[in-house]
Design a protein around this ligand. Structure first.
Ligand SMILES: Nc1ncnc2c1ncn2[C@@H]1O[C@H](COP(=O)(O)OP(=O)(O)OP(=O)(O)O)[C@@H](O)[C@H]1O
Ligand SMILES: [Mg+2]
Length: 316
């Protein structure tokens, strides 16, 4: 287990930023930490990186309990903050050398290390450029190189893709995937689920200071998929097909629009297949298309974090 957070609580005066946060991240995960503005992502990350003290609760990193001001554990974490500072007249190499020296890495070892990192983040050959002259996307990559300079096991990024254009973001995500494949566990936060969806192996959704959903991307999509209605096109024996649907114990809310029928369905994939068979053999219907409506990741997010009554997915 790379990270284990238990009953974490944090208030700023009267504002309860973290109500009761529990989260586990396994070694090797590329974990997407998703939640709307103000959900508590940055607060959590600042506690993990030792910048902020929790009111109560425990954090374990790589099996060891974390205490405030514990330098040893900080070495296991690389942190890319949500804002990148401004640096005048500093070259990329000097910038990375400075951070390496903070971890006691100097001289040739430092140089070999940052050259390797620059290659890894796609900035190879730019060691003599001034930091200020880099584009926003390149600065983000440099931030990642800086965070990796002491070879941490866990890389934490707070909304790194905010403000990047789609292409730059795609490239950035590709880079993170590769870093993950090289053996780093990664936690990345965002308020946009679809921004992380395709890249992450696992997703956790935080709302109002508590996790509301946690699972693999595949499981979350499947879970939400079964809450989407069945859509079908029926070209023959429509009344018989509709009558069969209305009698079916797993079907609810049948609506008809021309030859298109939409129905709520609380069964699994095998039940779907059986229903299709019944429509053909028992109702004599000619079925043109049949399947669950595909909800995008963003609709999932809206369903989970929307008003309480509309929630369709509960903690699994
Ligand atoms: N220094 C602070 N003083 C007072 N309240 C704060 C402070 N920092 C955060 N908060 C409040 O705590 C709650 C959680 O904030 P946090 O920044 O952790 O959320 P977030 O998920 O990172 O949001 P965003 O997506 O906007 O970055 C919010 O209600 C915020 O207003
Ligand atoms: Mg934040």
């Amino acid at each position: 287990m790379m990270l284990k957070i238990c009953n974490l609580k944090k208030s700023y005066g009267k504002i309860r930023a973290l109500r009761d946060l529990n989260l586990e991240i396994e070694d090797g995960e590329l974990f997407g930490f998703v939640g709307p503005n103000g959900a508590g992502k940055t607060t959590t990350i600042r506690i993990l990186t030792g910048l902020l003290r929790a009111d109560s609760g425990t954090v374990e990193i790589d099996g060891q309990p974390m205490r405030c001001g514990d330098g040893k554990l900080k070495e296991k974490i690389g942190y890319v903050p949500d804002f990148f500072g401004v640096y005048d007249n500093v070259r990329v190499s000097e910038y990375l050398e400075f951070y390496a020296s903070a971890y006691g890495i100097t001289g040739l070892v430092a140089r070999r290390r940052y050259m390797e990192l620059l290659d890894m983040v796609g900035l190879g050959g730019r060691e003599d450029h001034y930091v200020d002259s880099l584009s926003r996307g390149m600065k983000q990559r440099l931030g990642v190189a800086r965070a990796l300079v002491h070879n941490p096991r866990l890389l934490i990024l707070d909304e790194p893709a905010a403000g990047l254009d789609p292409r730059t973001r795609q490239d950035f995500i590709q880079m993170l995937k590769e870093i993950n494949k090289c053996g780093k566990t990664i936690l990345i936060s965002s308020h946009i689920l679809s921004e992380l969806g395709e890249m992450c192996t696992d997703i956790g959704i935080i709302e109002e200071g508590a996790m509301v959903l946690r699972g693999s991307l595949v499981d979350i999509l499947a879970m939400v998929n079964t809450s989407n209605p069945l859509e079908m096109r029926i070209y023959k024996n429509l009344p018989e097909a509709v009558a069969l649907l209305r009698r079916h114990p797993l079907v609810h809310n049948v609506t008809i629009d021309g030859n298109q029928v939409v129905a709520g369905f609380s069964g699994g994939q095998m039940d779907e297949a059986r229903l299709l068979g019944q429509l053909v053999t028992e109702a004599g219907a000619l079925v043109g298309s049949f399947g669950r409506r595909q909800g995008g990741l963003e609709s999932v997010f809206m369903q989970i974090t929307g008003s309480k009554e509309e929630k369709v997915v509960a903690q699994g």
